[in-house]
Write a protein that binds this ligand. Structure first.
Ligand SMILES: Nc1ncnc2c1ncn2[C@@H]1O[C@H](COP(=O)(O)OP(=O)(O)O)[C@@H](O)[C@H]1O
Ligand SMILES: [Mg+2]
Length: 406
């Protein structure tokens, strides 16, 4: 087929996996997905065309990925920026750019960048030792958050300081790591917008409304239940953020709604967990994964309108989970529930709070009879979907291999 493009993903987790699966249903381009991942049996290994086994930060491994790919992109932010920049300077196409990645890899640099571009963010201060942390906490007030600047995910790099006495503990937890202090935002809601930017076009999905527990995403409902004004403002800020980065690809923009205003929490230069609902074919013309491939290849983007409400719930290892090989019981029962779609990532081992899969519940035709523009105000409908997601989720049990004769 003409239009064959080999896309090299730094990272072979579930995001690369879902992108590779979606690549197969794209009719006008023949995308092949290569991956770089240290683990031979990472989630994407079964569906990738080729895999380089190596570390995301290993320049030779990234070079080898570039040798077998037309375009380099990422599913995690850990790629080595220096190696990527060298490759790009030698002519490799890389989207998002190493410059974008460099800004985003450091939460402090990222917040400063957004702030300079006039994008509203929570108040924050740099702090490089205990005294500076103490001073920053005093300036920003309690509660506030100590955040590690680099390599943070799923809330693991955050410490909420609720009392002055916790400063020592917080400092100790992240000792040796560069940190920053941020005001605690008493938000009404957390929302996010997944937005694709191609060479000359931008396509934004409607905001999702997100529920986190201990800093980790539990559930996203699309559309968010926010006023039209807040929705417009969120979209305006998402577009402005993309303009600031002046890049190509799908970006996930996490935001707080506070007093009906928007503050940007952070930006991910990749497909985003809160966008998994876009996989639902009856609700969306194209998923965020397809859009990402199109955006980085300068292929025409597709529509982002929502046709039916979707509730997405993550399937995580429990807080006190065992570590090791596991089986998920109850998948067959969940699979036969109407409107419920189960996605398991095939990770070999469970760990506490590890993302093992997700499920989506889509509203049916009857439920959308009131019309698309009212999707978000149809509260009772959304509530039904949320409780369907919860009850489907509760049917799943993560058990050690060998338990119950599995
Ligand atoms: N300034 C803040 N005020 C209140 N809650 C916050 C703040 N920053 C983060 N959080 C909460 O913690 C979650 C994870 O924080 P985030 O900075 O996005 O870290 P990560 O990189 O781990 O996703 C957020 O989604 C939000 O629920
Ligand atoms: Mg986050």
């Amino acid at each position: 087929m003409e239009n064959t493009l080999k896309i090299g993903f730094v990272g072979g987790g579930q995001l690369a996996m879902m992108t590779a699966l979606e690549a197969r249903i794209i009719s006008d381009y023949d995308f092949r997905i290569n991956i770089l991942d240290p683990s031979a049996d990472c989630p994407a290994h079964k569906v990738a065309a080729e895999q380089i086994i190596g570390d995301f930060k290993d320049p030779t491994a990234i070079k080898r990925l570039a040798e077998i790919s037309d375009i380099i992109t990422y599913e995690i932010e850990l790629g080595d920026v220096t190696a990527l920049r060298e490759l790009r300077n030698e002519g490799t196409e890389i989207h998002p750019s190493p410059e974008t990645l460099e800004i985003i890899q450091d939460k402090l640099t990222q917040k400063k960048f957004l702030d300079q571009k006039g994008i509203p963010v929570p108040n924050f201060l740099e702090a490089s030792n205990k005294d500076e942390i103490r001073r920053a906490v005093q300036d920003l007030g309690i509660p506030c958050l100590l955040k590690t600047r680099r390599d943070a995910y799923d809330g693991r790099g955050n410490f909420v300081i609720r009392r002055k006495e916790q400063i020592d503990l917080a400092h100790k937890k992240f000792v040796g790591k560069p940190v920053m202090v941020e005001e605690f935002v008493n938000f009404q809601k957390e929302v996010s917008i997944v937005v694709a930017k191609g060479r000359n076009e931008v396509a934004a999905y409607p905001p999702g409304e997100n529920y986190h527990e201990d800093g980790i995403l539990i559930m996203t409902r699309m559309p968010a239940k926010i006023s039209k004004e807040v929705e417009r403002e969120a979209e305006r800020i998402a577009r402005r953020t993309l303009k600031a980065f002046d890049d190509q690809g799908v970006f996930g923009i996490e935001m707080f709604v506070v007093n009906d205003k928007i503050l940007v929490n952070e930006v991910a230069p990749r497909v985003h967990n809160t966008g998994h609902g876009t996989l639902e074919k009856s609700a969306f013309e194209a998923s965020q994964f397809e859009q990402h491939l199109r955006a980085i290849s300068s292929a025409p983007l597709r529509g982002t309108e929502i046709r039916k409400p979707v509730v997405m719930q993550n399937i995580l290892g429990s807080k006190d989970s065992f570590i090791g090989p596991y089986t998920i019981m109850g998948a067959n029962e969940v699979n036969i529930l109407p409107g419920v779609h189960l996605y398991l990532y095939g990770k070999k081992e469970v760990r506490p709070l590890r993302k093992l899969g997700h499920l989506s519940v889509v509203g049916n035709e009857q439920e959308r009879a009131d019309g698309i523009s009212d999707l978000s105000s149809d509260e009772s409908n959304m509530d039904v979907l949320v409780s369907r997601a919860r009850s489907a989720h509760s049917m799943l049990k993560v058990v050690p291999v060998g338990a119950y004769g599995n």
